[in-house]
Write a protein that binds this ligand. Structure first.
Ligand code: AHR
Length: 646
């Protein structure tokens, strides 16, 4: 954030300023450390092709078209796909290649190309075997978008039994849409599987790691929690495609690849090459949560496939394995070496417990079938782990019959946390800033689990994340924060989108194979998260919460640990709005207030790969000269104003 010019808060304003009273001595709601988090789902190539740093697409030949993503040069009949489903249902295919003196080349196109960085190393690995009598070598090339070779290595995978081989390939140039070529040369045949290429530089330089630049964007937000792995992906189009966490841990070659439900979801954004390798699986999710200091919040299938698709149901008398998955997950996360699943976690290299405190049963499920299945989960989980909180769906919408029925039912059932979702136009967000003012203070806590303002009439997906949407969300969030005694958690959705492979927009962070940018919405989320405080304090206009009067939305909190007063002020209007902040005990604060402003002259302003910071926070300072602090809230702006006790 750049440091802007020092500006003085003299009475330089001619119009009558609104007067907002703030009383930092009256502590209201406690803001939970979990208040602002993130929600990750493998949508928009968010995991495979995104956060998961693997560059090879269809590395184990498990896509519906087994050679999708691969181009063969040379005698294509020399490459045979072998089916061993009976023996290896988790990894049913590999290829058998007949080598030749001039070589057969298999080129992988990556996920809309491969991002390759000059000067960095890339780990090529493969699982291979060749019968006695064969003498086959692999010549490896990194290629740029024009086919120019920008890195080479070779490998002789000499083993009669399946074995993993690995070599590093240094890249001599950059490519945004590069590829990997594997030339099979020599005499005889060879069996190949799990052909993989990873940047050596991943997040924390881990093998099977995550894209460092994308994780950094999350770490920078200091999120209170991470909800994973979905979203609708948890439910699956059919139950057979539901997310099953036990199939996503351990050796990556034993994690069964399945179709991604976003592959076929939208006809206009069909993505036939979208599958889930589960290289980013539950162990990686838990470690990611730990790395970025976020509470893990796994969401599990409740025995129902997506109700927008098949709506397939597990009969209640067959639901035990689903419930057992939930119990086993808690043991996997929190158990010690004396437990089956805790022991497994330890054997996977993580002796420390993940300290799982909550989990979700169902994503956007609804209706009596959901309540019935949820109750079975609830009874089993609470019996064994009474301290674990259950996150419960209130359906797909924040109002209407589905919502009302679930809201009533789960309140009667004393649910811990209700998960509300809202994808609505900006006007809805502005109109609903007082939504939670009237919620039952003694009922379940609220998790605003998925939300984003969808601006009507914007066709270009990458322009949907404009400032108007971001400010509507910022305005709405003043209401979440003011009601922090009820609203304990909130997360924008979806989190990531590949600019060439998205299915859903708007999204918080956009990326290509080398670059990324945070949207204005990202900066709103980040500013809230970094400035959440510990307690809400009253901030009023004529005795009322500030929730849209003349286009202004505001809330104040203190951070009792740092001695800061944190004021959020959103101006969604196109007018300058000057505000006098009448702060109790102002004299106790240092004379300089620090302000961070997100703004632009036009509400349709966006960021992009070319201009990633066009709308981004600017830091400034203002001196407090008299008995009040006067703030100029520019048109289309969001400000965080910070005062510190002397
Ligand atoms: O965030 C995209 C999708 O929106 C999620 O998968 C689903 O929960 C919601 O409908």
């Amino acid at each position: 954030m750049a440091l802007g010019a020092m500006c003085l808060s003299t009475a330089a304003f001619t119009q009558t300023n609104a007067v907002y009273t703030i009383d930092p001595t009256q502590l209201k709601a406690t803001v939970q450390p979990t208040m602002y988090g993130v929600f990750f789902e493998d949508i928009n190539m968010g995991a495979d092709g995104g956060l998961y740093a693997e560059l090879v697409k269809n590395r184990s030949f498990e896509f519906d078209r087994n050679l999708m993503g691969w181009t063969i040069t040379g005698d294509s009949t020399a490459v045979k796909v072998i089916d061993r489903k009976a023996e290896r249902p988790d990894n049913p295919h590999y290829i058998n290649v007949a080598a030749s003196a001039q070589g057969i080349t298999l080129q992988n196109e990556g996920y809309r190309g491969m991002g390759i960085r000059k000067g960095e190393g890339y780990y090529f690995s493969i699982i291979a075997r060749q019968p006695a009598g064969s003498n086959v070598k692999l010549q490896l090339q990194l290629r740029d978008e024009n086919g120019k070779v920008i890195g080479t290595a070779s490998l002789q995978p000499k083993s009669a039994v399946w074995k993993k081989f690995k070599v590093s390939i240094p890249a001599s140039a950059q490519a945004a849409k590069g590829s990997l070529a594997v030339t099979v040369q020599g005499k005889g045949t060879i069996d190949l599987d799990m052909i993989s290429l990873f940047p050596q530089r991943t997040w924390k330089n881990r093998e099977n790691g995550l894209r460092a630049d994308l994780v950094q964007m999350l770490a920078d937000m200091k999120p209170g929690f991470i909800r994973f792995p979905g979203g609708c992906i948890v439910e699956g189009r059919y139950l057979v495609n539901r997310y099953q966490w036990k199939k996503t841990i351990g050796d990556v070659d034993k994690r069964e690849t399945i179709i991604n439900r976003w592959n076929t979801e939208f006809k206009h954004r069909s993505t036939p090459d979208y599958f889930q390798s589960f290289g980013l699986g539950f162990m990686e999710y838990f470690m990611l949560a730990e790395d970025i200091g976020a509470e893990p919040l796994p969401i599990l299938n409740c025995g129902m496939a997506c109700q927008f698709n098949s709506g397939e149901l597990v009969p209640v008398d067959q639901i035990d394995p689903y419930v057992q998955d939930a119990l086993d997950l808690i043991e996997f996360a929190n158990g010690d070496a004396s437990t089956k699943w805790g022991k497994l976690r330890i054997s996977l290299g993580h002796p420390a417990k993940f300290n799982l405190k909550m989990l979700g049963v169902g994503n956007e499920n609804w209706g009596p079938n959901y309540v019935e299945r949820w109750t079975l989960f609830r009874d089993a989980i609470k019996k064994k782990y009474p301290q674990v909180k259950i996150v419960t769906s209130t359906g797909t919408d924040p109002d209407g019959a589905r919502f009302d029925t679930l809201n009533t039912a789960f309140r009667k059932l004393h649910a811990d946390i209700l998960d509300e979702h809202y994808y609505r136009p900006p006007q809805w967000f502005r109109d609903n800033a007082r939504r939670y003012d009237s919620y039952d203070r003694n009922g379940p806590k609220i998790f605003a689990g998925e939300y984003a303002a969808h601006v009507p009439g914007v066709d270009d997906a990458l322009k949907k994340n404009n400032l108007e949407a971001a400010l509507a969300e910022a305005a709405f969030m003043t209401g979440l924060e003011r009601n922090a005694d009820v609203v304990n958690m909130a997360s924008y959705a979806p989190l990531f989108a590949h600019v060439d492979a998205w299915q859903w927009a708007p999204d918080l962070i956009w990326f290509d194979n080398l670059k990324h940018y945070g949207t204005p919405n990202y900066y709103v989320q980040k500013l809230y998260s970094l400035n959440k405080g510990t307690n809400v304090v009253p901030m009023l206009l004529n005795g009322q919460p500030i929730a849209g009067q003349a286009g202004i939305y505001a809330n104040a909190a203190i951070n009792s640990k740092t001695g800061e007063l944190l004021i959020k002020l959103v101006n969604v209007s196109g007018n300058n709005q000057n505000a006098d902040l009448n702060i109790k005990d102002l004299a106790k604060y240092q004379q300089t207030a620090r302000i961070t402003t997100l703004k632009s002259a036009k509400p349709d302003a966006v960021n992009s790969l070319a201009e990633p910071q066009f709308v981004s926070p600017i830091d400034s300072q203002v001196s407090i000269l008299g008995a009040k602090l006067t703030i100029a809230a520019e048109p289309y702006s969001f400000k965080v104003i910070k005062l510190k006790l002397k």
